[in-house]
Design a protein. Structure first.
Length: 388
């Protein structure tokens, strides 16, 4: 039986579907409090963690974007008290729903069998030491004071052998990060933190493929193999077979996305029914690690906006600035604003403002109105930056 012709989808309709899937088209879609954090992470599938604090770190920023009344303590409660989220590696270190733990168990077991290339220098004696200490109770690296420091293996490595041993135990699924104070991690034995007699049963390869596809459909709306398997190319073949099977059953629709060329895309039939709906024309100042931005090629395809993360680019070569944040107004990215939080003087500093897309095209009253709306959002954003 021949396949149906792909459904034609304009760039604008595609990004509206994506914005709806990301819950950026409505105000306060998850409510407030620790449950809102749990619900947001569950819906998105992951929230990336990063150490850069030129402004508020990205995990708090991403949650604030979707939870206007977000408080940093809400994430701490979700992680440490409710235990509805935990930390593990997706395409980067991220907060992940605890309900999805079983999909990460195979990677944990793989690291136990084969080690981890980042921590190949960890000695069995170092692992035994930290595990012995953890059996007494949770600890931070600052609680271990008797290490003999070694040379760093790379720029971000630690000189403390115990820290590398803790990190390896984390990737092996022996311990978890039970609390954060800033970026200081408190580690605990994983069964003790969650109250488990034993960890959840590991998902099968087929179940992981289904999980990745369903997570992408829920949070992206229109998906490609690249967007489903972001930085995880080995899973593409299995996911492609699953897509093919769901296409044959009529559960997925092939999409001919404007500007995508030969890159294939798919969507649920229900997602395509909402493509023409208008958003509330909200203004969002996005993190460069937001799920809407982190897949740079996808952002370029959907929004015709090519984000540049220039923190590691020499100053003379920067276009947008050291830590530029894309500004979303309605369904367009209209500016990139380089911001810095001056915590000592309690100010949010505007380093550079660059109009892009429809923002660059706007003139006269339209430009002034756009600028006014962004400045109003900047005032709210400043209160978040300087608040608790």
């Amino acid at each position: 039986m021949p396949r149906a012709k792909p459904f034609p989808l304009s760039q604008r309709d595609a990004r509206r579907i994506w914005l709806s899937a990301q819950r950026l088209d409505v105000a306060a879609p998850f409510g407030k409090g620790p449950q809102a954090v749990a619900d947001a992470v569950a819906h998105l599938g992951y929230v990336q963690i990063d150490t850069i604090n030129v402004i508020e770190r990205c995990h708090h920023h991403i949650l604030y974007t979707r939870i206007p009344d977000y408080r940093r303590a809400d994430l701490r409660e979700a992680q440490s008290i409710e235990k509805s989220v935990f930390e593990y590696w997706t395409h980067a270190l991220s907060y992940v729903p605890t309900r999805d733990f079983r999909f990460f168990v195979p990677d944990m077991r793989l690291h136990r069998r084969e080690g981890h290339r980042w921590f190949a220098s960890v000695k069995p004696a170092d692992t035994s030491k930290v595990m012995r200490l953890l059996r007494r109770g949770a600890l931070t690296i600052r609680d271990i004071e008797d290490d003999e420091l070694t040379e760093k293996e790379h720029l971000w490595a630690s000189r403390k052998p115990s820290k590398r041993a803790l990190q390896l135990a984390f990737y092996e699924g022996r311990v978890t990060i039970c609390e954060r104070n800033g970026m200081l991690k408190t580690y605990a034995l994983i069964e003790r933190h969650f109250g488990w007699g034993k960890p959840p049963k590991a998902a099968t390869t087929a179940e992981i493929s289904a999980y990745l596809l369903e997570r992408a459909l829920r949070s992206q709306g229109v998906v490609s193999l690249d967007s489903i398997c972001h930085l995880d190319a080995p899973r593409k073949q299995q996911v492609a077979r699953l897509i093919d099977a769901r296409m044959r059953r009529g559960e997925l629709v092939a999409v001919a996305l404007e500007g995508a060329g030969r890159q294939e895309h798919w969507a649920l039939p229900a997602a395509l029914e909402t493509k023409g709906e208008d958003s509330l024309d909200l203004v969002h100042i996005l993190s460069p690690f937001d799920p809407l931005i982190i897949q740079r090629k996808r952002t370029k395809l959907f929004f015709d906006y090519e984000h540049r993360f220039e923190a590691y680019v020499p100053k003379v070569k920067r276009k947008f600035g050291y830590f530029a944040l894309p500004v979303l107004v309605g369904d367009d990215i209209v500016a990139a604003i380089d911001l810095k939080t001056d915590r000592q003087n309690r100010k949010l500093l505007l380093q550079k403002w660059t109009w892009v897309g429809q923002g660059r095209a706007a003139r006269g009253k339209a430009r002034k109105d756009l600028k006014r709306r962004i400045e109003e959002e900047l005032e709210r954003f400043e209160r978040f930056q300087l608040g608790q």
